[in-house]
Design a protein around this ligand. Sequence first.
Ligand code: HEM
Ligand code: HEM
Length: 555
Amino acid sequence: MSTGTVPKPIAGASNFIDERLGAGNFLKRNLRKVFPDHWSFLLGEIALYSFIILLLTGTFLTLFFKPGMGHVEYQGSYDALKGVMMSEAYASALSISFDVRGGLLMRQMHHWAALLFIGGMMVHALRVFFTGAYRKPRELNWLIGVLLLTLALAEGLTGYSLPDDLLSGAGLRITEGVAISLPLVGTWITFFLFGGEYPGEDVIARFYSLHILLIPGILLALISAHMILMWVQKHTQMPGKGRTNENVVGSPFYPAFMVKAGAYFMFTFGVIAALGTFAQINPIWLFGPYTPADISAGSQPDFYMGFLEGSLRLMPSWEINLFGTAGGTLALSVLIPALVPMGIIMTGLALYPFIEQWVTGDRREHHVVDRPRNNPHRTSIGMAAISFYGVLWLLGANDELSSYFQVSLNWTTYVGRFLVFAAPLVTYIVTYRICLGLQRSDAAIIGHGVESGVIKRLPHGEYIEVHVPPNEGIEAHMRGKTPIPVIAGADADGDGIPPKGMRGPLGKLKATMSKNYGGEKIPLDDGHGDGHGDGHHEEEHSAVGHGGDEKSLTR
Ligand code: HEM
Ligand code: HEM
């Protein structure tokens, strides 16, 4: 691998390190490492930078937050609550908001960063999914990602429970309801978390240890592992000119990538600081302290918990009474919504790379990713999952929907119950058709070029529009399509004995899935375009110099 000429500052730094640690070569090699570039790679970085901001603002908050449930009388500077009895936790969150200099800004930045962290992570995971960047050799990093997502939800839940205002109490009430519905272990888990009957005196302190120590510790370790794996395996790249599975095309880590990453961090910080300054979030002083007797109507959890709230609201009130009154009650109305959507989504995410491998038999390494249209079944499955999640998420606010649109609350539930099954089905079909349509339009561009806007009159009087070949970069991007493999023998006609691995019901299922999922649906060069101006190609290529400063290294 060539490292090219080494810039002066790197040579200086690596000499300094080399003379002390003998690690100069390591540093030189890594600082010159080539990073591919695409706007969507920023999504993972947004999650990373938000996490750093969470650590910084969270540490500030720990200096003033008191995770106690002992009763105190509020005597701070917020008049409306003066003299009200409340927990120490709530009083300290109020004092951070009104009496600690910069405290409200830090609380708001912490909360906005949490939303951006989880939102960024979700969109990043979707980018990885839709481009198939989880394929070999990156399955492990994908699994670490699924764990990160699960832990981040737990971190958010424990975080917004801490201030112990009416809103966080409403969330805690649901957490308790879900925990206690678990068969056999439910009662024990609830007692362990709450230190006795709900709400108890301990839950805030216990959530606090989880929130500031255990979960961030694991998150930090996993994010480091995620980054190291990404570094070692190198980034995937979008299909394009000169990009293959054997090389990496992009700019070197130092200086280009480092400068960009620094700027993106500042930018993320700026956005979070601006949101924290101008956009109010979680104004805990408006809700008052939590008392189990008060119900806060219209309360919503943070957006990332909305899908679980929605599934609770959709579920009919089913329960099973085991062995009559002497036995236990299985509260399916809570158990199913708490476990099933989370289970389906997280297990589905974790297993997808392996199911796809089983179906396509594809065990090759992939460093050039797919454009979503080029794997229509994967893209449709992803979109169907998003619509399933989206319906649950919307129904988490069914009371708001009902009052805003003036429809009965029951109707929002009935429609939601229907949509939770129907929306994924329709989304799947529509997405599949759109993907094929887009593939056809690519084939048309490759086959017939793009419209130039120049109209020519032919000697016999006919007018035609001149088509020119697409720009070189775009054409290479389109041509970088890898057909999805089908397991050998899966598309045989069924006469004779099916090949090994495709016998029995499971084998047959695998063969059918493989045949449908894989194979080339619309070859790029089959010439079935949109029928414009066949055969009227102009000669010259409108090539645009694509990334003149890009470097290419072998993997
Ligand atoms: C890594 C992901 C993290 C997420 C998603 C997260 C999320 C949250 C959320 C949503 C709140 C409620 C904020 C509010 O009341 O408006 C919160 C509160 C809090 N967080 Fe975090 N947090 C994270 C990390 C941390 C870390 C690393 C620390 C400490 C080192 C920390 C310390 C705190 C404290 C002390 C509070 C209570 C302060 C208050 O509500 O006024 N957090 N967190
Ligand atoms: C704490 C949350 C996370 C952080 C900070 C993070 C950060 C990153 C960064 C900075 C990259 C390289 C740039 C990029 O591809 O965007 C990356 C790559 C990757 N991430 Fe994440 N990520 C997180 C969560 C996830 C999740 C939830 C998943 C999947 C479920 C995931 C799967 C992957 C994979 C497979 C790659 C390699 C992709 C490639 O090389 O194209 N990550 N991550």
